[in-house]
Design a protein around this ligand. Sequence first.
Ligand SMILES: [Zn+2]
Length: 275
Amino acid sequence: MSNKVILVIMDGVGYDTALSQCGYLEGMVELGRAHRWKMRTALPTISAAMYETIHTGLSPLDHGVSGNEALRRSNVPNIFDQLHQAGHSTAAVAHSYFHTLYNGPYDPVEHVEVEDETKAIQYGRFYSMEGYSAANICAPAEIDLCAQATRLIRRHTPDYVLLHSSSVDSLGHKYTADSAQYRIQTWHIDNALARTIPIWREAGYDVFVTADHGMNADGHHGGNEEIMRNVPFYYFGAAEVPAKDQVLDQLAIAPTVLSRLDVEIPDSMKQKPLL
Ligand SMILES: [Zn+2]
């Protein structure tokens, strides 16, 4: 039997920060009600490149999205297209980059809300953070993002739901990873998830929580530092899991999601499913 899946991407939350700040996620691990591993990202550790890596199982050097600039639609097999082609429904509450990657060029008036069964992301709620500055971070509240995802779940019961929060990354760039702002916002995501993951589990979803990359004390990522490459990977669900001390590969996320949904894994996704 296939399971419905929610993937949460906490943009820019490194492994050590998750372990020290995510009291809910770590509490559930401590009680044996969730699993958590260290995951190693691909390179370069840049957001849009990692979004595409997470959804295609390919290194940026293979999928061709090597940065945030000149972003274009994905042209290799990815979670959203594979599910759509297999007749599954998908949803996303995410930065507009995800619209560009899987639905095409983003126009805020046309695409801030998407309800279109012909699209790879059929049900979408997108935010642009346009005007983001030190004076106004322009990030939605974590609980509002969770609420939007939960509303889409109640209305459409999509098979795959992506929830992506950009706030920690933005604050990390402004204040660095060695700052109260970065650490406390990580806790805000955790706190919103504490109120929401129980609702999602009750609705029958497996839940994964991870990050695209970490952040260093310069307020930067993109390179090969441990603090940029090590991210958490949490799993809430009943499947058999790898040993807890195993370091997981980010390239395995895409085939893992497809496998949970009983969808054929394309040849381009070389890693074995984690579960
Ligand atoms: Zn990022």
